[in-house]
Design a binder for this molecule. Structure first.
Ligand code: PLP
Length: 399
């Protein structure tokens, strides 16, 4: 058997998609016009699938901070955090994150993916147990694999199912880490965090919340779902990313556990990869400041989110359970999904087309995400595009 033979099924699936939706694999942002618009297939296109929730990727202060850092400190650190790759900016950002989240400690990682890989693989190991929500992100699943711990899934957003499993595992008398997300990345629904906290406390388990999509989006100060739900003190570890509301790239974990720093010495994804470049750290620090001070961005984000969610409901599309900056349209068949996605692109709107097995419940998804940076005109054009494709296709009405 040749080395690529195992990809035959994948190649066939790819071919089927390419035949039915020929631009799916060829999307290139040919020219970036702004945080919410790019040239795609030679046409100006509104970006309604990016996770640029606060629209900060084009903030002039963030860009200036990045340029200045590159001029002063170079384009890259060319080393791991553990060796030559910790610059004063990394340490300052860790201090600022700890302060913002009101926690004792913070660790900055090179991406959000690496943050989950690092934290999960270090916190739990063989003989210990991870209990994760079934809809958790791939980085959490991959962290579980690297951990070598026993992994159990509980039903999505079902604290009773979590409790049932904790009750069964209680007699094992080992460390159990429960893992959930703040806002789930596919359907944009919140975790029932207060109930999950109550259950994990009852059984003496630890809790890690990935606030990748909720940082800057939820909570009176933008600290995420734990803040909104009033349970920050009960969450042992908050993981997040700089690649969404902070408009850059990178990841972090904050915690009140005094031993958090030990993760730095035990975590392969921390030790064996280069640290973030100075420009990324500088723009992230600036973005964090803006997240704190420019509260009108969060307000604008939610106005846009509520508007699109309402519009989708009016058009009778099947959307997620609650309004959120992630508005996911559920479609049963690939044919409809391809037709709608292509139609939206022709109308100058890019959204994410997500196909099973990457989706919950085996549905196809048109996953839209709105930004505080979307202007009223852009929001109107997104709504018009959905109205147009709704009329153009024979998609069955949602029930
Ligand atoms: C819930 C969740 N966690 C972690 C990540 C990884 O973050 P990053 O893309 O910044 O590496 C993502 C990315 O989409 C995510 O949705």
């Amino acid at each position: 058997m040749a080395i690529f033979d195992k990809f035959q099924q994948l190649a066939a699936a790819r071919k089927e998609i390419a035949q039915n939706c020929n631009s799916f694999f060829n999307i290139v942002m040919e020219e970036i016009i702004s945080g919410t618009e790019a040239v795609v297939n030679g046409r100006p296109t509104i970006l309604a699938g990016s996770n640029n929730y606060l629209g900060l990727s084009f903030d002039s202060g963030c860009i200036e901070a990045a340029c200045e850092a590159a001029r002063k400190e170079g384009t890259g650190t060319t080393g791991s955090r553990m060796a030559n790759g910790t610059f004063s900016g990394h340490v300052a950002l860790e201090r600022e994150l700890a302060e913002f989240f009101k926690r004792q400690g913070a660790i900055v990682f090179s991406t959000g993916y690496i943050a989950n890989l690092a934290m999960l693989s270090t916190l739990v190991g063989p003989g210990e147990i991870i209990l994760l929500d079934a809809d958790c992100h791939a980085s959490i699943y991959d962290g579980c694999r690297l951990a070598g711990a026993e992994v159990h899934r509980f039903r999505h957003n079902d604290p009773q199912d979590l409790e049932k499993r904790l009750r069964r595992l209680e007699k094992r008398n080992t460390n159990i880490l429960v893992v959930v997300e703040g806002l789930y990345s596919m359907m944009g629904d919140r975790a029932p965090l207060a109930d999950i906290v109550a259950v994990k406390e009852k059984y003496g388990a630890y809790l890690l919340v990935d606030e990748a999509h909720s940082l800057g989006v939820l909570g009176a100060n933008g600290r995420g779902l734990a803040e909104e739900a009033g349970v920050e003190d009960e969450v042992d570890f908050v993981v997040g990313t700089f690649s969404k509301s902070l408009g850059a790239i990178g990841g972090f974990c904050v915690s009140n556990h005094p031993e958090l720093n030990l993760v730095r010495y035990a975590s392969r994804p921390y030790v064996f990869t280069a640290s973030s470049s100075p420009s990324v750290i500088a723009s992230t620090r600036k973005a964090l400041q803006l997240l704190k001070t420019r509260t009108e961005l969060r307000q604008r984000l939610w106005e846009n989110a509520n508007m699109l969610y309402q519009k989708m409901q009016n058009l009778n599309f099947l959307v997620g359970p609650e309004p959120s900056p992630i508005v996911a349209v559920r479609l049963k068949g690939k044919a409809e999904a391809f037709a709608l996605w292509s139609g939206l692109l022709e109308h100058g709107v890019y959204v994410n087309l997500v196909l099973p097995p990457a989706t919950p419940d085996g549905n196809c998804l048109l996953r839209c995400s709105v930004s505080a940076g979307h202007t009223p005109e852009q929001m109107e054009r997104i709504c018009q595009a959905f109205t147009a494709v709704r009329e153009l296709t024979a998609v069955p009405q949602a029930v």
